[in-house]
Design a protein around this ligand. Structure first.
Ligand code: ATP
Length: 242
């Protein structure tokens, strides 16, 4: 049997009033693949991620997650994805543990599954005893790791991560990148956006460069560097976005 693509996007369009945020983008993400969208501010990255996460309705085109159309089966899509928003907050009056339990209970079907989720979340966030403290007392980086743990604890088939390491220091960012890579090796597919070219180069199997709602180029980091005669992705990006 042919394995279904983790994500299929065909001619995806999204307008906000007269503003065409996405002008017909197409791409696919294979099972186990880490695919990154890079592009300048306002390029349409978050819009694309939010549509895949079944949070925004497309104006046109087709989006399927493991063969499930996001318009026709949004509930099924929500069951198999996790979405980490760029500007996410968590309930400040809950403790880290309380938050993870609250979120875990929404997804777990049995007690044992919930325990698995919580154990995995604790391992991912590495916050230790601080999980007993209220989230309002956490640093920005701690909140980010808690949210990432929430997103990955359910072992989604497709993780949609908007700027996963935003606000993290070098060491924590590195840890998070390794975590994402590890999860992908174990079978998770990832669709992410980032402004950090080093991160993209380190993490992604393939990259799509988006600018003004259009995908200008796509390929492995090596392919793109070769094509533009650049030593790093930052130069490729600057060339394409010019
Ligand atoms: P950044 O790197 O700054 O996060 P981005 O590539 O994620 O940018 P989007 O947030 O997808 O860009 O925005 C793409 C375009 O769509 C922008 O022109 C933005 O103003 C517009 N847009 C996004 N969300 C909305 C909304 N809810 N209502 C109206 N316009 C929106």
């Amino acid at each position: 049997m042919l394995l279904k693509q983790a994500l299929l996007i065909e001619n995806l369009k999204k307008s906000f009033g007269n503003n065409e945020a996405l002008k017909g983008i197409s791409l696919s993400v294979e099972p186990n693949e880490i695919f990154a969208l890079i592009g300048p501010n306002g390029a349409g990255k978050t819009t694309a991620l939010r549509i895949v996460a079944a949070l925004l309705t497309p104006s046109g085109g087709r989006v399927e997650v493991f063969g499930n159309n996001v318009r026709e089966r949004p509930d099924r899509v929500r069951e198999i994805i996790s979405y980490l928003p760029e500007e996410a907050g968590a309930y400040k009056n809950l403790t880290g543990n309380g938050y993870l339990r609250f979120m875990g209970e929404l997804f777990a079907t049995q007690r044992r599954e919930l325990d698995d989720f919580l154990q995995r979340a604790r391992d991912i966030c590495g916050l230790g005893d601080r999980l007993n403290d209220k989230i309002g007392t956490y640093s920005k980086g701690m909140v980010r790791k808690l949210l990432l743990a929430r997103a990955l604890m359910t072992r989604p088939r497709l993780a949609i991560l908007d700027e996963p390491t935003s606000g993290l220091d070098v060491i924590n960012a590195l840890e998070v990148r390794n975590l994402i890579k590890g999860f992908a090796r174990e079978g998770m597919s990832v669709f992410l956006s980032s402004h950090n070219m080093l991160e993209i180069e380190y993490l992604s199997d393939r990259v799509g460069i988006i600018h003004q709602g259009i995908i200008y180029d796509m390929g492995t980091p090596e392919e793109l560097k070769g094509k533009y005669g650049s030593s790093n992705l930052e130069e490729v990006f600057a060339e394409v976005a010019r």
